[in-house]
Design a protein around this ligand. Structure first.
Ligand code: C5P
Length: 309
């Protein structure tokens, strides 16, 4: 493949697969001066994937396929486009690439779909353009793109401090089985954080800390212990904006899930189950309950952004 400062970029298309995430703990502190919130964010990557294909082109262009893609911007405000621009700018080349996104992660669902596409675009462009960015440089660009983007790159399980971008990898001692109930419509992450601020106004919001029993449950692969330790400080805010999700959570619990919670800022809801068989029966019950648009079954942990070809 060849590159030049202004000329076209040539090379074989590169496809990168990137996982969704669920936050098994999302401890949220008070709003900081910059508007962000300090977090103790325990990310777990799950086996639901978007794919980003980078193909040489004369200009930066984005296309997408999948459910609800009419709701994602296809211009330079798309985080995947910004990833290509940031990488190109650092290496003094033009961001000439066609990025095609195949979406399977719910759009605006609280599962880091937009972050996954940004991490995927970054890795795909780095491979296509042979820019050879180091892992640290890629992580730096990811952090500039958004709080959840570094985790989409690395996958597995990690504790995110700061606004979620400062990652410490975590050990996971087994496979956890999940069912996800996809809701109609999306929730805006900033709106959910604003609602969190409104609901906690005048209260003493504690410093966010990772729960030792949750980290121990991840490490031992014990689903029952993990179920008892799951927590999401954004859940009350998400339910305040989407009270209908309460019925979805109740339907999954009644069907035998070990635990139910809102995924990140929602509106996707996540159900931890004991095994693959339980996943199938909880998924069926959720679908017939009429309290969600679709259901997905996925295992965790899942690998981070991975080039496929
Ligand atoms: O970092 P990212 O752009 O994904 O964040 C989206 C929005 O979510 C921010 O603009 C902010 O409103 C909110 N947010 C926050 N604290 C965090 C992460 C995100 O308030 N730690």
């Amino acid at each position: 493949m060849t590159t030049s400062t202004n000329g076209p970029v040539t090379g074989a298309p590169v496809t990168v697969r990137v996982p969704a995430k669920v936050n098994v703990q999302l401890a949220v502190g008070a709003a900081r001066a910059d508007g962000f919130h300090d977090l103790a964010n325990v990310f777990l990557a799950v086996g639901l994937y978007d794919e980003v294909t980078a193909t040489p082109a004369d200009t930066l262009r984005i296309t997408a396929e999948g459910h609800d893609v009419d709701q994602i911007p296809l211009d330079r405000t798309n985080l995947a486009a910004r990833a290509a621009e940031l990488l190109a700018a650092r290496h003094g080349i033009e961001p000439n690439v066609h990025l095609h996104i195949t979406k399977d992660i719910p759009v605006a669902g609280g599962m880091a779909g937009g972050s996954a596409d940004a991490a995927g675009a970054l890795l795909a462009c780095d491979t296509l353009w042979s820019t050879g960015a180091s892992r640290d440089e890629l992580l730096d660009i990811c952090a500039e793109l958004g709080s959840d983007v570094p985790f989409s790159l690395v996958g597995g399980a990690a504790l995110g401090r700061g606004r979620g971008e400062l990652l410490t990898p975590l050990t996971v001692g087994g496979t956890f089985h999940w069912v996800f109930a996809v809701a109609d419509g999306g929730l805006s992450t900033p709106a959910v954080y604003r609602e969190f601020d409104r609901l906690t106004e005048g209260t003493d919001v504690p410093e966010p800390e990772a729960a030792p029993e949750l980290l121990a449950a991840l490490e031992s692969g014990d689903a029952t212990a993990l179920a008892a330790a799951l927590s999401n400080d954004l859940q009350a805010a998400a339910l305040s904006l989407r009270p209908d999700l309460t019925a979805t959570l109740a339907a999954g619990t009644a069907a035998g899930a070990l635990a139910a919670l809102v995924s990140g800022s929602g509106p996707t809801t996540a159900f931890l189950v004991k095994d693959a068989e339980a996943a199938e029966s909880v998924a069926r019950a959720l679908l017939t309950s009429g309290t969600c648009r679709a259901v997905r079954v996925a295992d965790s942990p899942a690998p981070g952004a991975t080039p496929l070809r």
